[in-house]
Structures are given as C-alpha cells and as structure tokens.
Write a protein that binds this ligand. Structure first.
Ligand SMILES: *[C@@H]1O[C@H](CO)[C@@H](O)[C@H](O)[C@H]1NC(C)=O
Ligand SMILES: *[C@@H]1O[C@H](CO)[C@@H](O)[C@H](O)[C@H]1NC(C)=O
Ligand SMILES: *[C@@H]1O[C@H](CO)[C@@H](O)[C@H](O)[C@H]1NC(C)=O
Length: 400
C-alpha cells in the first residue's frame, strides 16, 4: 500500500465519520424540536375517533396492563389537533350550542334542559366539573385525587397539560395513574411567561369541545389538594351561578404599574388601557360562560401574549383575570384555592411537607376565611402518605 492510498483511505474514512455524525445530529435536532408534533403524528392512529370522554377513558383503562408500550402511548393524548384547530372546534361547539338555543348556560337547570335537547331528549344528563391539571412533571398526589373522585364517575372530566419531554419519557400509565389518557397536546411552559397562560387556554378549549356537559372549569396544579369531598364541592359550585376567580383591580401603585409595563411602556395600548388591567391569583373555578369568554377573546390575548422585556412579568395573574373582570365584573368572587405566603422565598408560596401534615393543619385550611376554599396548595410529594391517612377528615365522610 502506497502512503498516498493510505492517506486517501484515512481522509475518506474521516469524511464518512463526520457525515454520519452530522446526519445523526440532524435527526436528533429534528426529533427534539418537533418532538410533540412528530409524536402526535406517529402515535395517534386510533385516538382521533375516540375524543369523547367516555370513549378515551374506557379504552385507556382497557389497554392498561398490556405488555405493549407502544399501544399505551397511542392513548396518552386525547387527540392530535393543533392549537388553531382546537380553538376552532371549541368555538364551533359553542356556536352549535347557541344555535340550539343554549350557549354558556348560567344555571344548572338551564343547562339540563339544553343537554336534553341536544341529546334528543335523553333526560338526566348532569352537569360535570372539568378538572384542568397544570403540571410540568407527573401528578404525585394522584392516589389522593383517586380517592376524591371515586364513586363520582359521570360527574367530572379530567384534562392534563404537562411538559412534552416529560410525557415522552415518563408518560405511562404507571406514572399518570387515573390521569393517563387524559393528556392534551401540550407545549413547554416557563415561569413568568405567557406560555403558562397558553397552556391554561389550551386546557379550557379542550374541556369546552370535549364534553358539552362540562359546566365548571377548575384549574388545579400537581401541588393542589381538594379540601372537601367531591359531593360537597359539587354542591358548593352549584350553589352559585357565578364563578370563583380572583380578578380585582389591584391596589393602585407602583406594583400594578410595573406589571402593566412589563412588555414595554406602551406595549398594551390601545387594546388594554391601564384601567382595564386586572390582578388575581392564578387558580380558578369558572362557569362555562366565562370559559367561553376566554376562548373567544381576540382583544386581550395578542397583547398579553407578547414576551416580557422587564422582570415584573406574571401573565397568569393578569390575563384571564382581565378578560373575565372586564366582561363580567360580578364574577370576581375570589380564588377557590388556599395558599400561604408565610416564609415565602423567591416569590414561591409556603410548601407543606410530610412533617407539616396534621389534623390541625387540615382543619385550619378548611376553616380559613370562613371555610370558603375548595382547594389548597402547595403540597410536596412526601405529604402524600400523611394526607392519605387523613382522608376521612379531608373528604368529610359524614357529608359525602
Ligand atoms: C392527526 O393524525 C391523523 C392520522 O394520523 C392525520 O391524518 C392528521 O393529519 C393529524 N393531524 C395533525 C394536526 O397532526
Ligand atoms: C343545582 O342548582 C340548581 C339551580 O339553583 C338547582 O335547581 C339544582 O337542584 C341543583 N342541583 C343539585 C344537584 O343540587
Ligand atoms: C402564617 O403565619 C401567621 C402569622 O405568623 C399564622 O397566624 C398562620 O397560622 C400561618 N399560617 C400557616 C398556614 O402556617
């Protein structure tokens, strides 16, 4: 072998290695960037025809226990629609309800009669609570929620928004439990970013179009717990025709002004004058008519969806609050979710762990502000066991 041919061979070999490397990297990037959409296209298959809650739920349960991981993945998501398609379907559903004489009902009895009409006279369809779970990882308190929901099938629906890469690697039945199969096509969210609100809008739109019996839209997170039994909660929600959402005007002053200007001094104008800018805690339990307002909103969202240029950026404490606060002021009845800012660090509220969970704590949370709260946050993963041990107290067995 001449030295020349050896050199040639080495050069060719290096080139092959380099090209393979580049090709591999390109595939990796493609999968990573287009992660969720690629997944939807390859995983969907049969899910499309199974978008009603009952369909997906029973099928999800049937395939549990299957050895076939791919099959499990096929049912992780409710559907593979894009955000635009989803919003369109949600709006079409509302239009259809309106044309049939019933859009965004204000009381449960109105809704029952509308549902009867839509189902061709099938009577006795009760209104449901849509639980919208916002998480980035799984739902560590799932066993507690399972006890809460047990025996109330037909009165609720679950929807989960999670981080796409977490879902890709961990979104199995084992990790999601009863929430598996209830995931909506999700996108990455960041703290202090409009993408958190985009996730909330996605959850609301999913729940609107998925089941016309969804009457209450309740936002919860993986660190929330219910403070009363399902039955009591249902009655409490039904007892008011309005919503539970914190959407006040905020104390006038530098705090509100700096939040208003987080996207630039004039960035919110002219659609959102400072006088219309609302403030409230993130978690809510809203009526269908208020959920519809959020989905139909074209005025505020483009403004709130702009990226922030200053640190005082908390879209989840302003956007939905601004929509509902301006379109239906009396709906601003306060948040349904207890939170404590004792010992707050870096803007994070107090977090209750294993050592903190006592009957006294639960009773204090339930009695807080004359017992007005339906949920409480934040609870750490290790709080699960002691919470389960107190489930009689939590879910008030004497008052199912
Ligand atoms: C959803 O999946 C179906 C079937 O695989 C496909 O025809 C459709 O284009 C997909 N839609 C989206 C929005 O990806
Ligand atoms: C819900 O409220 C409506 C209207 O106030 C009432 O007619 C209905 O009986 C209530 N339903 C339940 C289950 O309490
Ligand atoms: C928070 O602190 C206040 C005052 O120190 C106290 O009264 C209250 O019980 C604390 N709340 C919780 C949930 O620990």
């Amino acid at each position: 072998m001449t030295p020349i041919s050896t050199v040639c061979k080495t050069v060719t070999w290096r080139a092959v290695q380099l090209l393979s490397c580049i090709a591999l990297f390109a595939v990796f990037l493609l999968v990573d960037w287009r992660g969720p959409s690629l997944q939807f296209q390859s995983w969907i298959g049969e899910t499309e025809s199974a978008t009603t809650d009952a369909g997906v739920h029973s099928r999800a349960q049937h395939s549990f226990g299957s050895e076939n991981v791919q099959l499990e993945r096929d049912y992780l998501f409710l559907h593979n629609w894009s955000d635009d398609e989803l919003l369109q379907r949600a709006e079409e559903m509302e239009l259809q309800l309106q044309l049939q004489g019933e859009g965004a009902p204000s009381s449960i009895s109105d809704h029952d009669s509308a549902t009867d009409k839509l189902n061709g006279g099938a009577r006795g369809m009760p209104s449901k609570i849509a639980f919208l779970f916002l998480t980035t990882t799984g739902l560590a308190l799932e066993p507690l929620w399972r006890r809460f929901f047990q025996g109330h099938e037909g009165l609720y629906n679950l929807y989960v928004h999670s981080d796409p890469s977490w879902l890709r690697y961990h979104g199995s039945h084992r990790n999601l439990g009863m929430f598996w199969g209830r995931t909506v096509p999700s996108a990455v969210t960041h703290r202090s970013d409009p993408d958190v609100v985009a996730a909330e809008r996605r959850l609301i739109a999913n729940a609107l179009q998925d089941d016309r019996s969804n009457e209450w839209f309740v936002l919860v997170s993986d660190t929330c717990i219910p403070l009363l039994s399902f039955g009591s909660m249902y009655l409490r929600l039904n007892a008011t025709s309005s919503s539970f959402i914190d959407c006040g005007k905020g104390a006038p002053g530098p705090m509100m002004m700096s939040r208003y200007r987080a996207r630039g001094d004039q960035a919110m104008l002219p659609e959102v004058p400072f006088s219309e800018f609302r403030l409230g805690l993130q978690f809510f339990a809203i009526r269908r008519r208020h959920a519809v307002m959020v989905i139909r909103d074209r005025k505020y969202w483009p403004k709130f969806n702009q990226p922030c240029v200053r640190p005082a950026c908390y879209p989840d404490e302003h956007y939905i609050q601004t929509v509902i606060g301006n379109l239906d002021e009396p709906a601003c009845q306060g948040t349904p979710t207890f939170v404590s800012w004792n010992g707050s660090k870096g803007g994070h509220p107090q977090s209750f762990g294993r050592e903190d969970i006592t009957p006294n704590l639960i009773q204090a949370l339930q009695a807080s502000q004359n017992g007005r709260f339906l949920f409480a946050r934040k609870f750490k993963r290790d709080a699960l066991e002691p919470l389960l041990a107190l489930d009689d107290l939590l879910f008030d067995r004497s008052n199912p």
